[in-house]
Ligand binder design. Structure first.
Ligand SMILES: [Zn+2]
Length: 263
């Protein structure tokens, strides 16, 4: 996207993730582990980012996306004294549908507390900025998201946001807006996958593998990240006879010894 081509979120193309369905068990972790796409992926490191960027913004559609996808990277950046700001675009209040046990109000407050505990487990003292846009309908509020970010982000900053091809409409909307903010402010903008690991396969032609880089995590950091993920109790536990939002077969995607961004 060229600077000047699109200046407001209203001009962004409407996305149509109908191909990118998040259903069933998704692609098995063993298939990703055996893939040449992961095997050949080159590395980048947090030290280089610390030297290049003044501040890092992590744009998360829901409280857990930041830790699942890039918790280890954020911990490394924090240890390098980089200022990290986490933008919780929604409170994730709609994760349990019409569950009588988990009202929207209860989920919003619970998930904010879970996020803080998860960040603490990773030693990330980031400021968390809650925008309170409606979970499930972020796409209808793209201009508001743009306005909230564009006044704050500077040209020496790095924006990390969910992929424009992540499959979840909220995730794709956040990615579209964040990359537009990067264009408008001169900041760098990278995308991170969460649900891409579910709907896509290693052979999926839509995935820009040439732009993919990974950040290595030490075994100790993988352990701390795993502990952090366990703080999202509302997401990893079943709700009566309803399945967990993050069931056990999903978690190994986020407990690898590396994390992936599209640069
Ligand atoms: Zn999410």
């Amino acid at each position: 996207m060229r600077v000047g081509a699109v200046t407001t979120a209203e001009d962004l193309p409407s996305h149509s993730p109908e191909r990118r369905l998040i259903e069933g068990r998704g692609t098995d972790e063993a298939r990703w582990n055996a893939s040449v796409q992961l095997d050949r992926m080159s590395y980048c490191n947090a030290s280089a980012w610390a030297a290049s960027y003044r501040r890092v913004w992590l744009v998360a559609p829901h409280p857990d996306d930041e830790v699942l996808a890039l918790g280890g990277t954020l911990a490394q950046l924090t240890a390098l004294n980089v200022e990290v700001r986490v933008v919780s675009v929604s409170d994730g209040e709609a994760s349990h549908g019409d569950s009588p046990r988990w009202t929207h109000a209860r989920l919003a407050e619970t998930r904010a507390k879970e996020l803080r505990r998860a960040l603490d487990a990773l030693g990330i003292d980031a400021e968390v900025i809650r925008l309170r846009l409606p979970d499930g309908r972020i796409g209808a509020h793209r201009q508001e998201l743009l306005k909230r970010l564009v006044d704050e982000v500077g040209e020496q900053d790095l924006l990390l946001a969910t992929c424009r091809f992540d499959g979840h409409p909220d995730h794709e909307a956040c990615g579209e807006v964040a990359l537009l903010v990067a264009e408008l402010t001169g900041a760098a903008g990278f995308e991170y996958p969460v649900w891409m690991w579910h709907w896509a396969t290693p052979e999926e032609p839509l995935i820009p593998w040439a732009r993919a880089r990974r950040v290595a995590l030490s075994p100790e950091l993988v352990k701390r990240k795993s502990d952090a993920i366990r703080q999202f109790a509302s997401q990893i536990h079943t709700d009566g006879d309803r399945a967990a939002v993050l069931p056990p077969h999903v978690l190994p995607r986020f407990e690898r010894p590396f994390e992936v961004v599209f640069t």
